[in-house]
Design a protein around this ligand. Structure first.
Ligand code: HEC
Ligand code: HEC
Length: 203
């Protein structure tokens, strides 16, 4: 009973159409994804709007970590902070498992930005103190599941740019002693744009 109320409340705020079936049991990850998250992240986690991140194929541990951060206030976003409030740890687990098992849709890179983006991703910018992104995000940008490091390959470039700027400004605080704050604050806007475009096309 409690869960049908929560789902109805959060869903009524974003739901685009159709009726939500009343449920006695807590909704499964798949049901939550369909009824609530799909409005922004797409039914299978492949969002159509570049400011909403793709969740399909993202690591389960990283999705759980992000939801916990939104819930605790460590990471703040007007939409996601309230969205995460209504999720129990078991639901975070289940919805994260559902999205991690979906396939991320491929993206494309701007050919003019590939060379610089690839250089930053693979080798970093030693003169600026920027480490290679792939050291943590994996040689193919698929992330590191045991460490909860996010997958970046195929993610929307505009979303990646937003996050890198938020890290650079300190609006988003990173784990690992602020590692991403350190990295992002050493990149110029043009370098951020190039590496984000490269990552969107990486598959
Ligand atoms: C009304 C739109 C909306 C809905 C509904 C929504 N989200 Fe989000 N979500 C966003 C936006 C916008 C962001 C980017 C937030 C930011 O910039 O920090 C986001 C970010 C996230 C992230 C972080 C991804 C990353 O790569 O760091 C996760 C995880 C997430 N959402 C999970 C969910 C889950 C699970 C649900 C359903 C229970 C859900 N979202 C419902 C809009 C939405
Ligand atoms: C030492 C490890 C490390 C290095 C090197 C590193 N990252 Fe990260 N990155 C992380 C971790 C850990 C997170 C998750 C931070 C959090 O949620 O608190 C992250 C998060 C991100 C995110 C947010 C993803 C999302 O879905 O919201 C982006 C974008 C990103 N990194 C880009 C880069 C780029 C570009 C580089 C290279 C210039 C880079 N990272 C280098 C560890 C690293």
């Amino acid at each position: 009973m409690k869960w049908s109320v929560v789902v109805l409340c959060s869903a009524s705020f974003v739901f685009l159409g159709g009726a939500i079936p009343a449920r006695a049991a807590p909704p499964s990850g798949a049901a939550l994804a369909q009824n609530v998250c799909s409005a922004c992240h797409g039914p299978d986690g492949n969002s159509l709007t570049p400011s909403f991140p793709k969740l399909a194929g993202q690591g389960q541990a990283y999705i759980i970590h992000s939801l916990q951060d939104f819930k605790s206030g460590r990471r703040s976003n007007p939409i996601m902070s309230s969205m995460a409030q209504s999720l129990t740890p078991a639901q975070m687990d289940s919805v994260a498992r559902f999205f991690s098992k979906q396939k991320m849709s491929p993206g494309t890179a701007n050919p003019k930005l590939v060379a610089l983006g690839q250089r930053i991703f693979r080798g970093g910018l030693p003169k600026q103190g920027v480490p290679a992104c792939m050291a943590c995000h994996g040689p193919d940008g698929m992330g590191n599941e045991p460490a909860a490091y996010p997958r970046l390959a195929g993610q929307w470039a505009p979303y990646l740019v937003d996050q890198l700027k938020a890290f650079a400004d300190g609006k988003r605080k990173s784990t690992n002693h602020g590692m991403m704050n350190y990295v992002a604050s050493r990149l110029t806007p043009a370098q951020i744009k190039a590496v984000a475009s490269y990552l969107q096309g990486l598959h």
